[in-house]
Design a protein around this ligand. Sequence first.
Ligand SMILES: [Zn+2]
Length: 286
Amino acid sequence: MKLILKKTVFYTLIALIAFTLVASTGNSRQLLSRNDQQLQDCLMAGSVVKNRQISRFCTNFPKSDIAPNSNLNLSESERFLAEVKNKLLTLPQSGSYEYILLRAYGAIFVNQNPEVKLPEKVFFNNESETKAFQATLTLGKVKNTNKCYLQKVAADAFNRAKAQVEIPLKSGYGAGDCARTFGTNLKFWRKYANNITLDRIRQGKETKILSTVAPPGASQHLWGLAIDLRVSTLIQKQALYQNGWFQTVENDIPHWTYLGQPEEKLAELGLQNKIVRGVSYWVTPL
Ligand SMILES: [Zn+2]
């Protein structure tokens, strides 16, 4: 009798342990898919978040759950958005103007270098907003140029590439190829486009122009992390890649962006490699 009782207790315990294990695996799976769902909800809800629970989740997104290197179960866009979420004040709503700009110019947000300063929004509204951001930057000069400045860490990396092989600026040695003011961005915009173009971009009807010129306040050149170059050889390209510089805006061939990452890390961070007419771009997966 005593033996039967012992056996019953033993098997009940085994059954309990097995049940607990199955349940906890199920829970962690449920947690992952709930997080994925909520990340999507953040995206859909955008900056105007009505649901309080989503709102709290969007502003306190648990970094450990979405760190790109620790969770390769996430899709490219989820990994990329996890990076963006750590940097932007709000995640742009899918289909919004901000989302369209993030898709075109947002590769820069995978930059992990703590010395690189990224904007907290995808575009600046005016000159004073741009100046306020630019006033926080530490700039460095590109060697053998007149007025070509970039964020210091980006300039240092570019100067290292330039020490390996000569890489000329697109239009000589002026400031237009490097860090720009809001006014310069606006001047270039007006040369190629106007308010009708801007409306069409907002409506999602026009995207081609984004590879020629950035809308007012949206250029990577305002952030001091882009440079326009005349690159013609593989040796020049390799020197740039080795120093964290990549082409990130599709069809904007002279435009290079400082991502500050080795090339093999870029896919891990959610960027997509796209070859267009023989040119290799690292673009956002949106
Ligand atoms: Zn450019």
